[in-house]
Design a protein around this ligand. Structure first.
Ligand SMILES: [Zn+2]
Length: 346
């Protein structure tokens, strides 16, 4: 029987939403993770340190007293960002990073203003503050095939920025392709978060036996060879790759609609999904690096002193497969994998 101890993991890419949805999902992340880097794509987005502090307070209101969970806040990159406010948010510790969304790429990204290459003053301030730029790497050029959007964005938009600002630290979020892995490996200033669903599923799962709205996310889950490249990067122990769940809840009404909302809720079982990927790859000894060590080092933390134990079992009754919220049900990703793992605090 496989049983391992790990430092309490961190989630370096998380969507908690707001209001009723925030109140329904926050506990799942707080139970599992030490830190979560919280994405700013609310409506309206989080664009100031005051917004970030207020959002952090709303998150902490939904977390059990005594929990050691720490939400780390991000601002939504835009040509309108107040750079003095960014400086003070960095100094006070309220703002951990800035997230760039290409206009129109994913949930609420229609609010983005300015291409990556146009945000020169922001890049200069990020370098000055030694603050990380988080990038949703998808070209929204209508001439680019949906499965090539990451590769094209990296090549056309991020590569020139890296060249111009070699001291800028960049995280490619939810890297989803072999091209993305290659880009990270070729750029010492770039690291990448990887999601449980991009590690565990491929586009055949999404499309081959009837379209599965619950597997639709952005960037879209890509080919089998892309998934193999992600698994190799994650399980190989390379310090440039680490867990960011990109847990992004939508109600079933939004998922089973003519235009399917992009996002997968995996805060409940994402860790089990990743454990199963590492187990099947024969790399369980590298799981701790991926979920508890590499990302922490990138964001300036030692691994947690708290520990969790993961034990693999033939099967167990998972129980919950659907989250019932005040605004509708949310399907939980990873029930299949969760049936093989018991996760408990030590
Ligand atoms: Zn995301």
């Amino acid at each position: 029987m496989t049983s391992i101890l790990l430092p309490r993991p961190d989630d370096w890419h998380l969507h908690l939403r707001d209001d009723e949805m925030l109140s329904a999902v926050a506990g799942y992340s707080a139970k599992r993770f030490r830190h979560a880097l919280v994405m700013p794509n609310l409506r309206p987005p989080i664009t100031s340190s005051a917004d970030a502090a207020a959002y952090r307070a709303r998150i902490l209101d939904q977390v059990d007293e005594g929990s050691s969970f720490v939400p780390l806040m991000t601002l939504f990159a835009s040509s309108e960002l107040d750079l003095e406010d960014l400086r003070s948010g960095s100094e006070s510790g309220v703002v951990k990073a800035v997230k760039f969304y290409p206009p129109g790429a994913t949930t609420n990204s229609d609010q983005a203003k300015g291409s990556l290459g146009s945000l020169h003053e922001l890049m200069e301030v990020l370098v000055e503050l030694d603050m990380r730029l988080l990038v949703h790497a998808e070209s929204t050029d209508p001439d680019v095939d949906v499965f090539d959007r990451e590769a094209k964005f990296l090549d056309r938009q991020l590569a020139p920025v890296c060249e111009r600002y070699p001291e800028l630290k960049v995280t490619v979020e939810h890297v989803s392709t072999a091209a993305g892995v290659d880009f990270v490996n070729a750029h010492p200033q770039v690291v990448a978060s990887v999601t449980p669903h991009h590690l565990a599923r491929e586009r055949g799962d999404l499309l081959a036996s009837g379209m599965k709205p619950d597997l639709f996310c952005k960037p879209v889950i890509n080919s089998a060879s892309d998934r193999a490249a992600l698994v190799a990067a994650a399980t190989g122990g390379d310090s440039g790759f680490f867990l960011g769940t990109d847990s992004a809840p939508h109600t079933s009404t939004a998922k089973y609609a003519p235009t399917v909302a992009a996002g997968i809720f995996n805060a409940a079982y994402g860790l089990e999904v990743v454990a199963e990927v590492f187990h099947r790859a024969g790399a369980i000894d590298n799981l701790g690096a991926f979920v508890s060590v590499n990302g922490a080092a990138v964001y300036g933390y030692e691994p947690s002193d708290e520990q969790i134990r993961l034990t693999r079992v033939e099967s167990r009754d998972v129980g919950e497969s659907k989250l019932v919220t005040a605004i509708g049900d949310v399907v939980m990703f990873g029930v299949e994998e969760a049936a093989h793992w018991i996760v408990e605090p030590v």
